[in-house]
Ligand binder design. Structure first.
Ligand code: ZN
Length: 291
């Protein structure tokens, strides 16, 4: 009996099928894993996009904070500036309120200083500055340092400035005028100071004399002292109130009034005189008169 013969191909086919099956199984498993990984990557990608969105939002937020901060800073700076300006204005007003407005007033035949006016502070002048040491002289205390500087600097230039007369009270003035009236009769009105008198009553004005004219006033315009004053007095805040050929009063080369360095320099440079200016223009210099 012949054993049925199994073809060797059958074994081969069985093994092939088994191998294919296993291969397919492996492929399936691997493919599941790959799709899992892909899914995971997708999730990560979405997370990244989400984070990027958050970062952008934060960046925008911090940008807008920075903008707000800088706007707030500007507002603060503006405010500080306003406060500064207000403080400046208050300072100026305070300084003005403490500055005697009469000090830069123009006086005339119709407008003169009240007879009860006295300067806030007067200082006695050292004898060395006086022509006549027997007559005490006084000056506005805040004008004193300017006057002293001027006299000492003139001395350095070999120019002697003596004070003949400085502060005069209303009483002294009337007495002086009646003396002049006795001596010169009715001409005293043009000679003795209807207007210049107010300036002396302020305590800021000085009549000078010098060597060579016997302590007098006449001839002062021809002295070295007068020339020196014309060139230098403005540096110390003094001006000539009644220059030659002025429209207001007789020429008084000896009579110098303190108006502050700023105004005196302005007048010197512009070659104009105090009484030529408008009062409101002059008043702008009041706040800095003692600077
Ligand atoms: Zn005078």
């Amino acid at each position: 009996m012949e054993k049925p013969r199994i073809s060797p191909y059958i074994y081969f086919i069985i093994i092939l099928v088994a191998a294919l099956g296993y291969g397919f199984y492996l492929y399936q498993k691997q493919s599941d894993h790959v799709s899992e990984l892909l899914e995971l990557a997708d999730v990560q990608e979405r997370k990244i996009a989400q984070l990027e969105g958050i970062i952008e939002t934060q960046a925008n937020y911090s940008n807008s904070l920075a903008t707000e901060l800088s706007a707030e800073k500007n507002r603060n700076e503006e405010f500080a500036q306003q406060i500064g300006e207000i403080a400046g204005t208050v300072g100026t007003l305070e300084k003005l309120s403490q500055t005697d407005e009469e000090l830069l007033q123009k006086y005339s035949k119709v407008y003169f200083l009240n007879e009860h006016y006295t300067p806030s502070h007067l200082s006695q002048l050292e004898n060395e500055y006086l022509y006549d040491e027997n007559q005490d002289q006084y000056i506005h205390s805040r004008v004193l340092p300017y006057l002293e500087d001027m006299i000492l600097d003139a001395k350095d230039d070999d120019v002697t400035l003596y004070i003949r007369s400085a502060y005069r009270s209303f009483g002294t003035q009337s007495q002086l005028k009646s003396n002049y009236s006795v001596t010169y009769g009715s001409g005293a009105n043009t000679f003795s100071a209807d207007q210049g008198y107010s300036e002396h009553q302020l305590g800021t004005t000085v009549d000078f004399t010098t060597t060579g004219i016997n302590g007098g006033l006449t001839g002062f315009q021809n002295t070295k002292a007068y020339e020196w004053l014309r060139n230098n007095a403005h540096k110390y805040g003094f001006v000539l109130s009644y220059p030659p050929n002025n429209d207001y009063y007789i020429f008084e080369p000896w009579h110098w009034r303190f108006v502050g360095v700023d105004l005196a320099t302005h007048l010197h440079g512009g070659d104009i005189y105090f009484y030529d200016m408008e009062q409101r223009e002059i008043d702008e210099y009041l706040v800095n008169i003692f600077d």
